[in-house]
Design a protein around this ligand. Structure first.
Ligand code: FES
Length: 121
């Protein structure tokens, strides 16, 4: 198996190709403390795993370039940008946005849905 085939296999195991949402969460340390960021990240991982949400990808990032009011998160494909996603807020974010498809307005500070121009979808 060459490198490209190994990558494709890794992607398949991660569910890439079947994903419906992608959450990127900043774990600081400018928008929030590293401790608060990692606590939010651990909560997000646990929530998604416990619910068996294999179609929701999560990525921990070092900065989303907003750098205030974190932990900052963005959820695609809706392109909803959230502030203050602390560990105690993660369960509500998962339930309302990721499960029920209802973004939480009061935590939203920006929106930028990405157009789907892929002719194969
Ligand atoms: S450090 Fe979190 S957005 Fe920059």
């Amino acid at each position: 198996m060459d490198e490209r085939e190994k990558q494709a296999e890794a992607a398949r195991k991660l569910g890439i190709g079947e994903l419906r949402r992608h959450v990127l969460l900043c774990v600081g340390e400018t928008c929030c403390s590293g401790e608060a960021g990692m606590a939010a990240w651990e909560s997000l991982k646990t929530q998604i795993k416990e619910r068996g949400m294999t179609d929701c990808y999560r990525t921990k990032v070092g900065c989303l370039r907003v750098c205030i009011g974190g932990p900052v998160a963005v959820v695609y494909p809706e392109g909803v940008w959230y502030a203050g996603i602390t560990a105690d807020r993660v369960p509500q974010l998962v339930e309302e946005h990721l499960v029920e498809g209802r973004p939480i307005e009061e935590w939203t500070f920006a929106r930028n849905p990405l157009p789907n121009d892929n002719p194969s979808t």
